[in-house]
Write a protein that binds this ligand. Structure first.
Ligand SMILES: Cc1cc2nc3c(=O)[nH]c(=O)nc-3n(C[C@H](O)[C@H](O)[C@H](O)COP(=O)(O)OP(=O)(O)OC[C@H]3O[C@@H](n4cnc5c(N)ncnc54)[C@H](O)[C@@H]3O)c2cc1C
Length: 370
């Protein structure tokens, strides 16, 4: 048997352990700092309502990833998922992504239409602010994007974001269906415990060390110290921040985190039909509020909202700065071929979602087969 170490038991780590188990011939050790698998995607309960830490809505353009997850945690499609943004100055909610049909209802609609008619495309944009202004005009940028983005990243100025191509998820201004991302399959697990069964099934053939951190890393030699014991592995799949593996030798990689606040309300539903999230683009401390029932279909006379506040209390979102991505590359360059760094923190890429983590794990298995 060949030996594999999987570092981190979130989606990427669990999917990796599972892929190795499906391949056969691997003795897998999985080390997870938390006392549970799944990280923020694990189902928690508040006021009798199931929820995750933030939305964790399953969206994917990849049929093979959908079919794979659906086999272990049957999914319910939610193609209607609409998002709204609250614009305090207008006292109004509008669709997000910005929808062309909402523009006539905005107080500055003439100005916005005129700016839109003058756009020539974001070909020469050097940063996030330029990209958005060139894509939707200054008025819509200032209304929907400017304050939201600086709040979300805890930065002073959106010009700091020079890795900006990810942000609009391919859409800056939308026409047609109101659903937020109608080009992807949108779903959530049917089971009340959400994705949890996947984590447990995926890791069942591995030796799992929960509540454990690796004490020392020697990545070039694929050796680590776990529980005082020095161990060598044939491969390592790491899903944690790559700076940790090298004792921050090129400097620490920055992240922004979130505080999460669950709130129960004495009403069956708080948001209009089809609306799953509300974003807040102004001075509110929170970025968005999610109504969990919309995903979970949990039945109760009350409803549960989850409110997210950008914070430094945890490290959840890699920063979208080219300089920091270049720093991450220095760590990747020091990893031998049979050390894989995947998942959101492991790739140091903000736009790695649940489906991408599964895809990364499948690609590791593909690489090992070839
Ligand atoms: C608030 C929020 C909302 C989101 N909503 C969505 C959504 O709606 N849809 C979507 O597709 N994606 C969403 N995402 C993104 C998606 O959930 C993540 O991309 C995905 O879960 C990342 O999985 P991962 O395994 O790469 O990382 P993680 O889930 O972060 O897992 C890494 C694991 O490693 C462990 N770990 C860290 N350091 C160590 C260490 N030193 N030793 C051992 N273990 C360690 C952590 O405890 C954690 O369990 C959201 C992300 C956030 C933060």
């Amino acid at each position: 048997m060949k030996t594999a170490l999987v570092i981190g038991g979130g989606f990427a780590g669990c999917a990796s352990a599972h892929q190795l188990s499906l391949m056969g011939g691997w003795d897998v050790t999985l080390v997870e700092a938390n006392p549970f698998l799944g990280a923020g995607v694990r189902t928690m309960w508040h006021g009798g309502h199931p929820h995750t830490f933030g939305p964790r809505h399953f969206l994917t353009p990849f049929p093979h990833v959908y079919e794979y997850l659906n086999k272990y945690v049957p999914l319910r499609r939610c193609p209607d998922h609409e998002f709204l943004t609250y614009i305090e100055g207008d006292g109004a909610f509008y669709h997000y992504p910005i929808h062309r049909d909402d523009i006539p209802t905005m107080p500055e609609s003439k100005q916005i239409q005129s700016e839109l008619s003058e756009l020539t495309g974001a070909v020469a944009a050097k940063n996030f602010e330029e990209y958005w202004i060139q894509s939707v005009g200054r008025t819509l940028y200032e209304k929907f994007v400017d304050g939201y983005s600086t709040k979300m990243w805890r930065i002073e100025d959106n010009k700091q974001i020079d890795d900006f191509a990810w942000s609009p998820k391919g859409v800056t201004i939308k026409e047609g269906p109101r659903a937020a991302w109608d080009t992807a399959m949108s779903a959530y697990p049917i089971a009340p415990n959400g994705y949890d069964d996947f984590f447990d099934i995926a890791a069942r053939d591995a030796t799992v060390h929960l509540g454990t951190r690796i004490e020392a890393y020697d990545i070039p030699n694929k050796e680590v110290v776990i529980g005082g014991e020095r161990r060598r592995f044939d491969i390592i799949v790491s899903t944690i921040s790559p700076d940790i593996l090298f004792d921050y030798s090129h400097g620490e990689l920055p992240y922004v985190g979130r505080e999460f606040h669950p709130i129960v309300l004495p009403t069956e539903f708080a948001f209009p039909e089809h609306v799953y999230f509300c974003y807040y683009a102004g001075k509110e401390r929170f970025t968005r509020i999610v109504e969990y029932k919309k995903f979970t279909k949990h039945k109760a006379p009350t409803t549960l909202l989850g409110l997210e506040i950008p914070s430094a209390v945890n490290k959840l979102y890699p920063m979208p700065f080219e300089s920091e991505k270049a720093k991450a590359q220095k760590y990747f360059a020091e990893m031998p071929d049979d050390v894989f760094s995947i998942g959101r923190a492991g790739s140091y890429l903000y736009n790695v979602d649940i489906d991408d983590t599964i895809d990364h794990a499948m690609k590791v298995a593909e690489a090992l087969r070839s």
